[in-house]
Design a binder for this molecule. Structure first.
Ligand code: SAH
Length: 243
């Protein structure tokens, strides 16, 4: 996957050098190309922003430096253009999966009050928000998007099964996990996990995932097709008032 980023703060993307994404970059499974907006400033003072027409708070990123920057990206590599914005479509696991299929994406990381609407109208395919809060810049939102997408790029996560079992991938939250020691401050690992009985363990994990989803995010259950067994369990929990 080829990811172009337009930003005023290229250094922030150094954090992509670590962990699984860093390895994927080294192995050329992900290409990150950073385009510094400041290089296309309108004057020798490095100006890329100006006051909003009609007054109001803060500054707005100007359309011209953005246009020059996006036009410096080779067409074949530009792909789908995304503006990170709290006013955009909600980012999600399924959106990450959808974006990875595009192979080439260009992400614009805004600052200040955002970017001139005319640039958005003319160049942006989609605006995406990482959640209902305001960040000081689109860079951190872009990092979230890149991290979540990269997990779906073949070969980035060694064990594909672990992606398939991730929270949200099958519509449910993942249940609790444990590692050594067996006893931690008088708290034992559930017996079933030490039983070696793979079928029982699988069943236990599936039930825990269902229960956790039911307790914490019941609305997610409306979006998946439940098996008869799952429906029965849910009815049982509701009737026994197990919450
Ligand atoms: N005043 C604007 C917010 C500007 S925040 C408003 O009220 O809508 C500055 C920049 O941070 C934005 O241009 C955007 O790129 C980024 N940003 C802030 N919150 C974000 C979010 N939740 N998702 C994605 N990008 C966000």
């Amino acid at each position: 996957m080829n990811i172009n980023i337009i930003t005023l703060f290229p250094e922030i993307f150094k954090s992509l050098e670590f962990g699984l994404i860093g390895q994927a970059i080294d192995q050329k499974k992900i290409h990150i190309n950073i385009f510094n907006l400041r290089k296309n400033a309108i004057n020798s003072y490095g100006q890329v922003d100006d006051k909003p027409y009609g007054g109001g708070e803060g500054m707005v990123l100007m359309a011209e430096p953005l246009e020059r920057t996006i036009n410096s990206i080779p067409n074949i590599q530009k792909g789908y253009v995304i503006n990170m914005s709290p006013q955009g479509n909600n980012f999600s696991q399924s959106k990450a999966q959808e974006l990875v299929k595009k192979n080439n994406i260009t992400i614009i990381a805004g600052r200040y009050e955002g970017i001139d609407q005319r640039f958005i109208n003319q160049y942006v395919d989609e605006e995406i928000s990482t959640g209902d809060y305001i960040l000081s810049g689109g860079e951190f939102a872009a990092l979230i998007l890149i991290d979540a997408c990269s997990r779906f790029i073949p070969g980035v996560i060694g064990n594909k099964k672990s992606v398939d079992l991730d929270t949200f991938s099958n519509g449910l939250l993942k249940g609790p996990v444990f590692t050594r020691p067996e006893n931690f401050n008088d708290s034992q690992v559930p017996d079933v996990l030490l039983s070696g009985d793979h079928e029982r363990i699988k069943q236990w994990k599936e039930n825990k995932a269902l229960k956790r989803t039911f307790e914490r995010r019941p609305e997610l259950l409306n979006d998946i097709k439940l098996t008869k067994k799952q429906k029965k369990l849910l009815e049982e929990w509701v009737s026994k008032d197990i919450l």
